[in-house]
Design a protein around this ligand. Structure first.
Ligand SMILES: Cc1ncc(COP(=O)(O)O)c(C=O)c1O
Length: 380
């Protein structure tokens, strides 16, 4: 009997994606800022209560826009987790900033707010808060610290759309926040992202940066009679075809989230007992955080056990993955001065974390297969 592989991720369709793409084509405007882009902006602004949402071609590009908006100069410093995706840091290094790596908390795997202040210097311009797995960083402490030192807070909310910290949506705390609509995310258009703007003073310049450094948006609104090059920028706006796909997904957010909630809870319920018997840690979500059911990870007792479990699952045609490798120990991180033991919790978590297959269309039968394969694993 052939065993059908269970992938780690598979982007699913929720209903109106093709219909809206056809409509975008019929409207005859498939470049950026067409009708569906505007619909996505309005939905995000209304639902989250942010001043402005701007779709971008990726979360990476939204982060690059944030770095441009902060006017970072060579030698400026940004405090970043090492346990994150490359773009969280690379976007700021592109502007000449120096990343100062901060360790994470062992429970939420988010920036350790107790370890930030000692890293602040007169050159510090921003703290980049990544809400790992969409579980909120301690935004009370981070915002208080940033305010005291006059530095900006940017939220990298790639995982956390519709997650909440103390009843308030993630992405609404920093002066700027970024979202990802990459195919691995809860809501997707293949590749995509958004910049959320909470400080209105950034809106006009953000529109310019997103439109190749021109004031084209003002021209379209009839505020100037021709558009011209006014600032630095790039092409950060996605095609309306992608926005049409994304709008279909965002419209069905309750359906998607409820399905993912079910998947997450199934893993938790069926793995809890096995995990406690084998010294494995399941995700921790503080009671004041509402998570958006983005991923299910486990922390294995050792690197050896983690690698053995990945191989054990792979032999059963189940794909699990690990991430992130500590950025301060990457080739680039080391060139910037990173060395072993700079961020001990990050180093330990990175060696033990494993992520299980997680996507909206994962069936209960397939999940049962993943769970029973894990129960058979004896090496932990
Ligand atoms: C925390 C974090 N930030 C940024 C990104 C980059 O997102 P994108 O692929 O949309 O550029 C990712 C990608 O998964 C991520 O995990």
């Amino acid at each position: 009997m052939t065993i059908v592989p269970i992938p780690f991720n598979r982007a699913g369709l929720v209903g109106n994606e093709f219909k809206y793409i056809s409509q975008a084509l019929e409207f005859g405007h498939i470049s950026g800022d067409g009708r569906f882009t505007i619909k996505c902006h309005e939905l995000l602004e209304k639902e989250l209560g942010v001043t402005k949402a701007l779709l971008t071609t990726s979360c990476t590009h939204a982060l690059e826009m944030a770095a441009l908006l902060l006017d970072l100069q060579p030698g400026d410093e940004v405090i970043v987790p090492s346990f994150t995706f490359v773009s969280t840091v690379n976007a700021f290094v592109l502007r000449g900033a120096r990343p100062v790596f901060c360790d994470i908390r062992a429970d939420t795997l988010n920036l350790d707010e107790q370890k930030i202040e000692r890293l602040i210097t007169s050159r510090t311009k921003a703290i980049i808060a990544v809400h790992y797995a969409g579980v909120g960083c301690d935004m009370d402490s981070i915002l208080m610290l940033a305010k005291r030192h006059g530095i900006a807070v940017i939220e990298d909310n790639a995982h956390g759309l519709f997650g909440k910290f103390k009843g308030r949506y993630l992405g609404t705390f920093g002066c700027l926040a970024t979202q990802s609509f990459h195919e691995t995310k809860n809501f997707t258009c293949g590749e995509g992202g958004a910049l959320l703007i909470n400080d209105p003073s950034y809106v006009e310049r953000a529109e310019i940066i997103r439109e190749k450094g021109t004031n084209r948006n003002r021209f379209f609104r009839g505020q100037v009679d021709k558009y011209t090059w006014v600032d630095l920028g790039s092409s950060y706006l996605p095609s309306d075809v992608l926005a049409a796909f994304l709008f279909a997904q965002l419209e069905c957010r309750d359906q998607i989230q409820s399905r993912r909630r079910h998947i997450w809870k199934y893993y938790r319920e069926h793995l809890e007992e096995w995990a406690s018997r084998n010294g494995v840690r399941l995700p921790f979500v503080p009671e004041y955080c509402e998570q958006p059911w983005h991923m299910f990870y486990m922390l294995m007792p050792s690197l050896k056990a983690r690698q053995a479990l990945i191989a054990h699952l792979k032999a059963r045609e189940i794909l699990s993955v690990f991430h992130y490798l500590p950025l301060h120990l990457s080739e680039m991180g080391r060139r910037l001065g990173g060395k072993e033991n700079d961020c001990p919790v990050t180093e330990c978590v990175s060696a033990s974390v494993i992520r299980l297959p997680f996507y909206s269309e994962l069936t209960e039968a397939d999940q049962a297969r993943v769970v029973s394969a894990i129960h058979e694993f004896v090496d932990a």
